[in-house]
Design a protein around this ligand. Structure first.
Ligand SMILES: Nc1nc2c(ncn2[C@@H]2O[C@H](COP(=O)(O)OP(=O)(O)O)[C@@H](O)[C@H]2O)c(=O)[nH]1
Ligand SMILES: [Mg+2]
Length: 522
């Protein structure tokens, strides 16, 4: 009997291999490179696109970080890497889509629009070089290789977002899309999306947010493959005590607005996360914070009123050191630190833990692990199938390879293992309150999606006979169909019901197949 595949872990699995095999068949049918030369550029493009999809399937899960310019995307990339490699200043690299992959030797490959590459070392400080040696306009994107453990099971794509100098769109469209073409195309080749929001978005901007998520050609953001952060949570209010509750409230507002596009909105202070996790808060700076904490409260309050005052006022701590603190923690981060240092006398490690806790980065890591990495195989397979389907349209209707690939993809979509995507979505819909289930169905859902072995998924003992298992599967399918047909069920409930009914049908089928090899169950 075929057991249900365990929750896939990192990297491609069964599904990715199946999609990759479909790519192989397509490319093999096309003969060696050059054989298609008389068939025109269209076919060449299609072959290249399929080749790219196949290469992508061999990579870890590709997560694009998207959002407006200055939202803090690169800062977040650094925080996730625990290494300050992405530029967050105004250097030319910030305007380019940058792929971060695991690799040695560490290097930057500058990829031109013509496909040409040249390699540069990272800067002496471990960051991207200031100068790429070619005009930015000639660069398509950067491929950065770093030997960073965070990248062993993830590829991160930092996107520039829309810059005010970008002329691609009219002002109105620009406001609506909020991202530039290059960023959108980068997102369309990703498997998952990390969407960086900031508090400055108006609360009535639901349409804009939806458009933002929906505008990546071919990438359809869903609660399954996209998560969002509300970054710069430290800038929502001035009062450090109010920060977290206020950030959570606003994050929830965004989450409600974005329900169908992202699974959750995590409040985040990526600046503090970067500083703490990339080891940028040195003992020297912590000492300066300790000194600040010793200042009379009214002096400290007055310092904290503005960035200018914080650096400019006449106090014992050198102004340059204060400027460094400001760059690494910003005003609220400094206030939170000095408050903590004044109330207790924590070790440096304890202070860093407090700051990390406030930054929200651990919540995000947890979310990404659950939402993305554990589902790497179906997510990658789904994005590859999407990309291949788009490629089909490039080929002439008469092309035999087009039909073959189309048939292969149809078959893959029906693969029971692809159904995992629907199951995870159902679980997520329920976990995030989009779907209200009676308690017994909620337990049923969790068991079917999360249990590893088929008898467990059916709520039966190990060694239960086929008749018992099939009867449990039949009852399960009926249960969910009844729920789906209930007049009180809304669209999300019906979607969940359809998914779970199909899960039970597939389990029924697999018991039947195993019990009577070769026979076709009635
Ligand atoms: N106060 C505050 N500033 C942040 C935060 N995250 C990023 N920044 C700052 O915002 C600016 C833009 O950040 P960057 O990561 O380059 O934005 P990007 O254009 O989206 O990549 C930089 O000066 C960062 O230091 C945050 O959580 N809080
Ligand atoms: Mg950036």
């Amino acid at each position: 009997m075929r057991d249900h595949p365990a929750v896939s872990t990192v990297g491609g699995g069964e599904l990715c291999r199946a999609v990759s095999a479909a790519c192989d068949r397509f490319l093999d049918a096309s003969g060696p490179p050059g054989a298609e030369s008389d068939e025109g550029a269209v076919v060449t493009d299609a072959l290249a696109a399929v080749g790219e999809v196949r290469a992508g399937l061999a990579e870890p899960l590709r997560v694009a970080v998207a959002g407006r310019v200055n939202a803090g995307k690169s800062t977040l990339v650094n925080a996730l890497l625990r290494q300050r490699v992405a530029p967050t200043d105004v250097s030319e690299c910030t305007r380019l889509v940058t792929w971060y992959r695991y690799g040695v030797p560490e290097r930057v490959e500058v990829v031109g629009h013509d496909g040409g590459r040249h390699t540069l070392p990272l800067g002496g400080d471990g960051r991207l070089p200031q100068n790429l040696g070619v005009p930015v306009a000639e660069v398509s994107h950067l491929d950065v290789f770093v030997s960073n453990d965070a990248l062993r099971d993830l590829v991160l794509i930092d996107t520039p977002g829309l810059s005010s100098t970008n002329q691609e769109f009219s002002q109105q469209t620009r406001d609506l899309l909020a991202v530039d073409l290059a960023s959108r195309s980068a997102v369309s080749s990703a498997d998952a999306l990390l969407f960086v929001l900031t508090p400055t978005l108006r609360r009535d901007e639901q349409d804009v947010l939806e458009a933002f998520c929906g505008t990546y050609d071919g990438f359809s953001a869903s609660a399954l493959n996209a998560v969002a952060v509300l970054n710069k949570a430290d800038t929502i209010v001035d009062d450090p005590v109010e920060m977290l509750p206020e950030a959570r409230r606003l994050a929830q507002t965004y989450a409600d607005a974005l329900r169908s596009s992202v699974s959750r909105v995590v409040p985040l202070v990526s600046l503090v996360a970067e500083t703490v996790d990339a080891g940028l808060l040195t003992e020297r700076l912590i000492d300066a914070l300790r000194q600040l904490a010793q200042l009379p409260p009214e002096v400290l309050r007055s310092l904290s009123l503005s960035a200018d005052r914080f650096v400019g006022m006449d106090v014992a701590i050198p102004s340059a050191t204060r400027a460094e603190l400001l760059e690494r923690l910003d005003l609220l981060g400094i206030e939170l630190s000095t408050a903590r240092l004044r109330d207790a006398a924590p070790s440096s490690g304890a202070l860093l833990d407090t700051l990390r806790g406030l930054s929200g980065i651990d919540d995000l890591r947890q979310l990404m692990l659950g939402a993305f990495r554990r589902q790497s195989d179906p997510l990658k397979a789904a994005s590859a199938i999407g990309a291949l389907e788009r490629t089909l349209f490039l080929l002439p209707e008469s092309d035999a390879r087009r039909h073959r690939l189309h048939d292969d993809l149809e078959e893959l979509r029906l693969d029971p293992a692809m159904h995992r995507l629907n199951e995870f979505r159902a679980l997520q819909d329920q976990a995030e309150g989009r779907v209200q289930l009676p308690p017994e169905l909620a337990g049923d859902l969790r068991r079917v999606v999360l249990a590893e072995h088929l008898h467990e998924r059916l709520g039966q003992h190990e060694g239960a006979d086929a008749a018992t298992l099939m009867s449990a599967a039949g009852a399960g399918a009926s249960r969910w169909k009844r729920f789906g047909n209930d007049a009180r069920s809304g669209p999300f409930e019906r979607r969940t019901a359809d998914a779970l009914a199909r899960s039970y049908e597939l389990m029924w089928q697999s018991v039947a197949d195993a019990a009577q090899p070769g026979s076709v169950p009635s």
